[in-house]
Design a protein around this ligand. Structure first.
Ligand code: KIV
Length: 283
């Protein structure tokens, strides 16, 4: 029997100094595979908006769609903690709406925790969701939901003033009850600093090696993303492998090679003879 990780286990990993491994997934098939590979946290990221749905950025995936992705992933994961990303405008309107929508992610999407983007301005929302009994992961630095419209996709915490603000954001989220924080595309000095300062784990993406853990978008890692950020690493080129496999299938169908004898089932000879007699007799 595989034991499911809890938020407490994730906090323990930081105390033990063991790096935390997080990756995104959006469906049952890949969720099973990443879980079997032994990651600690599976994030159903709103990056689904781009990598699964083909939108230009993360703002367009809806709460309903995220809940569907979460359901599929939750069914595929036996061990890792499953975190569902709260999509754009699902937590910004009011604390009440944020709590209601986080509740839907848990009750309908069956996730263990939710993640939301934003610093100290969202500390009240984080506290309200945590008070409702739902663990929350924060997300600071480059926050793609606002980057698309206001801040742009750029490295954060480049100067001292911006760095101090990031530290304040991280501390405010910890005080509000967040159990972990994603630190996206910030200078490595600042990411390492907040990792040391906070008791909760800081999971970096594009923020250097000094974080308590790392997260990557699965489709960047396996080569299925159309566009990947410069800080991600492609471990396998699955796109080429899939294209080659489908091309081989297409060619075999066109040439009449597939299906061959190995993939074909026959009637017993006497049944076939009987069958022909019947259809001919029916004419
Ligand atoms: O949506 C996502 O995939 C994310 C990761 C980049 C952390 O938020």
């Amino acid at each position: 029997m595989i034991e499911k990780l809890t938020v407490r286990d994730i906090l323990r990993l930081k105390k033990e100094g063991r790096r935390i491994v997080m990756i995104t997934a959006y469906d049952y098939a890949f969720a099973r595979l990443v879980d079997q590979a032994g990651v600690d946290i599976v994030l159903v990221g709103d990056s689904a908006s781009m990598v699964v749905m083909g939108y230009s950025d993360t703002r367009f995936v809806t709460l309903e769609e995220m809940i569907t992705f979460c359901k599929s992933v939750s069914r595929g994961v036996k061990r890792a903690l499953v975190v569902g990303d709260m999509p754009f405008m699902s937590f910004q309107v009011s604390k009440e709406e944020a709590v209601r929508n986080a509740g839907r992610m848990v009750k309908e999407g069956m996730v263990d925790a939710v993640k939301l983007e934003g610093g100290k301005e969202y500390a009240g929302v984080v506290r309200a969701i945590v008070n409702a009994g739902i663990p929350v992961m924060g997300h600071i630095g480059l926050t793609p939901q606002s980057a698309a419209t206001s801040t742009g996709f750029r490295l954060s915490a480049k100067d001292a003033e911006a760095a101090v603000k990031i530290v304040e954001d991280a501390k405010a989220l910890e005080e509000a009850g967040a159990f972990a924080i994603v630190a996206e595309f910030m200078t490595s000095e600042v990411a390492a600093h907040i990792s040391q300062e906070l008791e909760i784990p800081v999971i970096g993406i594009g923020s250097g090696p000094g974080c308590d853990g790392q997260v990557l978008v699965l489709y960047d890692l396996i080569g299925l993303s159309e566009f990947s950020p410069p800080f991600s690493k492609k471990y396998v080129d699955l796109a080429s492998m899939v294209r080659d496999a489908v091309t081989a299938y297409r060619n075999e169908v066109l040439e009449g090679k597939f299906p061959g004898e190995d993939h074909t089932k026959h009637m017993k000879k006497e049944e076939y003879v009987e069958f022909l007699a019947r259809v001919r007799g029916a004419k």
